[in-house]
Design a binder for this molecule. Structure first.
Ligand code: C2E
Ligand code: CA
Ligand code: CA
Length: 713
């Protein structure tokens, strides 16, 4: 605002400046003309005066010969008087060659004569003449009077130049006044014309420009006439309309953008809600057994963890039961799955009557059930267990026939038989096997049962020797990128060929190794072997990612990171092809170790994969915080996804969720073409499974890879 005020004070009318310049020029022109005229008139009057003097002088000279010859001084005096009386003539006098005055007449009425007489104090015409002849204001003329080549006299005539000046001066003044007047008149007229023709249109244009500056476009600039300014006004108007259109379309665009934005926000929130719903559904699906609707293994473990926390806080005890139906496998095999399913459903229905509301009953899989009973001691636990056995005594009505079915229960009590979830379940399991072995219904865990069972002890002892005896081997299962249909990596899977028992499943011996501390030695061997192989492949120009399985127990080894980095350094392999696999539960039970491993500087470049995804429900929140690269959908969902809509929808949701979190998805357990195609459709990134290949020995990998990557699929 201040700026503007300052500006307008400084601002001077272009019209004023223009008028001053034009009027000034006109005035100067008129004035110079007036002075020129004045000068010319003066010159002309001087010439007229000269002509007057000459005609008088010449006339006098011609008529004075006679009187001079006869010395008639009276007549020449008369001549002198007569001529002197004429206008403009100051004096006329006759002088001879010797400078003697021949006439003495002087016009004493003349002011100049009077003043000169006074000044020289003499009436002598010659003295007077001598004085007057030098005066600028007098035109002095001489006319000799000659006769027969003899000069009789010289007639001196003096004419007044002063009187001539007055008329031109008057003219000059009139001219100056009229010039000024005319100049003023011109100035005013130009000013008015300028105001009308230039200033006002410019002002209108200026106002319109100001309007446009504040986005007011409706006022049209109307300038009459047909000149550059009207042209400018037209241009201005069309510019105003174009701007108006542009502003309107900009507003429309902005509005559209705003509405697009809100609809986008709506869609995002709708999507978020959907995802949350999906998440809840997956969580529910992931935590319940679809057949019996009982909590599944995951939820049982979760409830058990809660109960352990509660028991810790309240210094109370709790019990874990594992129940297994007797001879269920036989019934299933002979009567068929549908009948087996009926039994499982009826068991699930009967059991709750034996339990309190705070207890949890769940199905672990197959014919195995688990129970978590908070706040209970050994004696009451045993009572409940027998009650459960009682509920199962009545016959089960199947479609084909009625059957009786018994059950074996194993019980582990917190804290006596274990302080964490896994040892409690394992010990209840061990106790359940004891029940089975002895044909008793209910057995309370006893530490004598556990790993000290002779065959486990034997297997553990054998495993210790397995490394040295070269009984271990890594097999490699190819992984295929679904976008390119090419093999890009392999998972290293451990194989043990026992000298007596033959191939032992890793599901069996890894468990033993994990529970005996042997797993660290075993993993070290696996990592070393895998890196050795990776180096061989890299050296032979084969670019393959290698996935290595890492156990929870490995992470509890304080030196694990150090060992890992030194092995990597030792083998000089390109780290970006190494992938470590952790199961969800491994991550969940060691979140800090996993985080520090992932962010460890010497292991940068290594990638991480979450194995068996979908079997641990709380992983979603970890997924958000962990910078893992891929998620492996557990094979239990993938195996049946083509037949089982429930599994398919879990797979779909996992893919969607994982992609939303920015991770890649690998599906394992792909056994059929159909499953592979279904996964491709769902946008899954890569697959692994028997459909592509089982885990094979390293020497078969190059050919397999070559065949697969170059075949028409
Ligand atoms: P995992 O890590 O989930 O490995 C995948 C398992 O699924 C492997 O069983 C593999 O042979 C099997 N599999 C692959 N494709 C299919 C398929 O299409 N259908 C079916 N039904 N199964 C398929 P494997 O080799 O018996 O290994 C079992 C588990 O033992 C592994 O599960 C892993 O947890 C553990 N394991 C194996 N090797 C190692 C190891 O070197 N270190 C550690 N810590 N654990 C290992
Ligand atoms: Ca794995
Ligand atoms: Ca797996």
């Amino acid at each position: 605002m201040k700026m503007k005020a300052k500006k307008s004070r400084k601002y001077s009318h272009i019209g004023n400046q223009f008028v001053i310049i034009v009027a000034g020029i006109i005035l100067i022109a008129l004035l110079s003309n007036a002075f020129f005229q004045y000068y010319k008139e003066q010159q002309k009057n001087l010439i007229d005066l000269l002509h007057q003097g000459e005609s008088i002088g010449e006339l006098l000279a011609s008529i004075s010969i006679e009187p001079l010859l006869v010395y008639d001084s009276h007549t020449i005096n008369e001549f002198a008087r007569n001529t002197t009386n004429q206008k403009n003539i100051i004096y006329t006098m006759y002088i001879d060659e010797n400078n003697n005055a021949l006439t003495n007449y002087l016009n004493t009425d003349n002011i100049t004569i009077q003043k000169t007489i006074e000044k020289i104090n003499s009436k002598n015409p010659v003295s007077l003449y001598n004085h007057l002849k030098n005066k600028n204001s007098i035109l002095n003329l001489s006319f000799p009077v000659t006769f027969n080549n003899e000069t009789l006299a010289i007639i001196k005539v003096g004419l007044d130049k002063e009187s001539l000046k007055f008329i031109p001066l008057e003219n000059l003044i009139t001219q100056v006044i009229s010039s000024v007047f005319f100049g003023l008149l011109m100035g005013i007229s130009i000013y008015i014309a300028f105001l009308r023709k230039v200033s006002e249109p410019v002002k209108m244009l200026n106002n319109s420009a100001n309007d446009i500056a504040i986005f007011k476009f409706d006022e049209e600039v109307k300038i009459k006439g047909n000149n550059e300014l009207t042209e400018l006004a037209n241009t201005f108007n069309s510019m105003r309309l174009t701007l108006k259109k542009a502003v309107i379309s900009r507003e429309v665009t902005l509005k559209e953008m705003a509405s697009l934005n809100t609809s986008l926000e709506d869609r995002v929130s709708e999507r978020t809600n959907k995802l949350e719903e999906l998440n809840a559904r997956i969580t529910h699906q992931a935590m319940h057994d679809p057949l019996t609707t009982l909590p599944n293994r995951i939820l049982v473990i979760e409830r058990l963890n809660q109960a352990i926390k509660y028991a810790h806080r309240n210094n109370s005890r709790l019990a874990v039961f594992i129940l297994d139906l007797n001879n269920f496998k036989d019934i299933n095999d002979t009567l068929g799955h549908p009948e087996g399913d009926i039994i499982l459903k009826q068991v699930a229905k009967r059991i709750p009557s034996a339990l309190r509301e705070s207890d949890t009953a769940g199905r672990l899989g197959g014919d195995e059930f688990a129970f978590v009973l908070p706040d209970i001691d050994e004696k009451n636990a045993l009572e409940v267990a027998y009650k459960i056995i009682d509920t199962l005594k009545p016959v089960f009505e199947l479609t084909s026939q009625n059957v009786e079915i018994g059950a074996s229960i194993g019980i582990a009590i917190f804290p006596e038989h274990g302080e964490d979830q896994s040892s409690l379940i394992r010990h209840a399991d061990v106790a359940m096997y004891e029940s089975k072995r002895h044909g008793s219904n209910v057995t309370l865990y006893n530490s004598n049962f556990d790993s000290h069972t002779p065959w486990r002890l034997a297997l553990m002892a054998d495993l210790r020797k397995a490394i040295d005896n070269n009984e271990l081997e890594l097999h490699y299962q190819p992984q295929v990128n679904l976008k390119t249909n090419k093999i890009y990596g392999v998972e290293a899977l451990l194989r043990w060929t026992h000298p007596k028992h033959g191939a032992v499943s890793p599901d069996q011996f890894i468990y033993i190794a994990e529970n005996s501390g042997l797993i660290n030695t075993l993993s070290e061997w696996v990592i070393n072997e895998a890196l050795l192989q990776l180096k061989k492949w890299q050296d032979s120009g084969l670019q393959l990612d290698i996935s290595i399985n890492i156990s929870a127990r490995n992470l509890q080894d304080k030196n694990f990171t150090k060992k890992l980095s030194s092995l990597i350094e030792q083998h000089q392999v390109n780290q970006k092809h190494i992938k470590l696999e952790f199961t969800e539960s491994t991550i969940m039970s060691n979140p800090d170790v996993v985080l520090s491993l992932i962010s460890h500087s010497s292991l940068s470049g290594i990638r991480y994969s979450i194995d068996d995804f979908g079997t641990g429900y709380s992983s979603l929140s970890y997924l958000k915080t962990l910078t893992v690269d891929e998620v492996k959908i557990d094979k239990s969902f993938v195996l049946d996804m083509v037949e089982n809509e429930n599994d398919a929808s879990i797979v779909r949701s996992i893919i969607e969720l994982t992609h939303n979190l920015g991770h890649l998805v690998v599906a394992e357990g792909v056994e059929t073409e159909n499953a592979m195609n279904a996964l491709k459709k769902l946008g899954c990134d890569s697959v692994q499974g028997y459909h592509i290949s089982k885990a094979i020995t390293s020497d078969l990998i190059p050919d397999f890879l070559n065949d697969y990557n170059h075949s028409d699929k």
